[in-house]
Design a protein around this ligand. Structure first.
Ligand SMILES: Cc1cc2nc3c(=O)[nH]c(=O)nc-3n(C[C@H](O)[C@H](O)[C@H](O)COP(=O)(O)O)c2cc1C
Length: 168
C-alpha cells in the first residue's frame, strides 16, 4: 500500500457519473451547474438526494433562496452542455439561453427538467449543511423521470488536461 495525497486518492473513485443541478431565481429564471459530488442518502420514504456545491459558484445562492432544485443525469448527447454548465458561472451568463438546452416543466417545482437527460429528479430542499468551501444540499425527491433507452455519461478523469467522458 502507498500513502498518497487526498487528490490522488479521490482520483481513484473515477470513472464517476455527474449531474446537472438546476434551480431558479426570483423570476423563475433557471440556472445550473455540473456536480460530480452527489449521492442517494435514504433507503425509504422520504427519499433524499444530496449534492455538494461550491460556495464560490452561483447555483447555491439560487437553491438557498428557492428551496428547490432539479438533478438531471446527462448522456453523450449532452456532453457539450456538461462542459459548458461545468465551466462558466451563472453569475456571468444565462447558461440556458446561450446553450439552448431543451427543458420540460417539472410537476411540483419551478425549476425545469432537462428533456434529453437520462434521469431527472425533482427535489424540495430538506436541509443544507456547511462542508467548508462547499455546501451540501439534501433534497427530498418529489418526482422521478427516466428516458428509457438513454445511457449515463461517466467522467473518466483527465488526459493531457482534457476531461474525458464515456457513456455507460
Ligand atoms: C465533471 C464536473 C464535475 C463537477 N463537480 C462539481 C461539484 O461536485 N461541485 C461543485 O461545486 N462544482 C463542480 N464542478 C464545477 C462547477 O460545475 C462549475 O464551477 C460551474 O461553473 C459552477 O457554475 P455556477 O457558478 O453557475 O454555479 C464540476 C464540473 C465538472 C465539469
Amino acid at each position: 500500500m502507498k500513502k498518497v495525497s487526498v487528490e490522488k486518492a479521490f482520483d481513484k473513485f473515477k470513472p464517476e457519473s455527474c449531474v446537472f443541478v438546476i434551480s431558479v431565481d426570483k423570476n423563475s429564471g433557471p440556472s445550473g451547474m455540473i456536480a460530480g459530488w452527489k449521492m442517494r442518502c435514504s433507503w425509504n420514504v422520504p427519499f433524499y438526494f444530496a449534492v455538494a456545491l461550491s460556495k464560490s459558484g452561483h447555483t447555491h445562492t439560487l437553491i438557498e433562496q428557492s428551496k428547490e432544485f432539479v438533478v438531471a443525469v446527462p448522456n453523450k448527447e449532452l456532453e457539450k452542455q456538461v462542459e459548458f454548465f461545468g465551466s462558466v458561472s451563472g453569475k456571468d451568463i444565462d447558461k440556458f439561453k446561450v446553450s439552448g438546452i431543451e427543458t420540460a416543466p417539472a410537476k411540483f417545482i419551478r425549476s425545469p427538467l432537462l428533456k434529453k437527460a437520462t434521469i431527472n429528479l425533482e427535489c424540495k430542499l430538506y436541509k443544507q449543511i456547511d462542508s467548508g468551501d462547499h455546501i451540501i444540499f439534501i433534497g427530498e425527491i418529489l418526482a422521478c423521470y427516466i428516458n428509457e433507452n438513454k445511457k449515463v455519461l461517466l467522467n473518466m478523469g483527465k488526459l493531457k488536461g482534457k476531461r474525458i467522458f464515456k457513456e455507460f
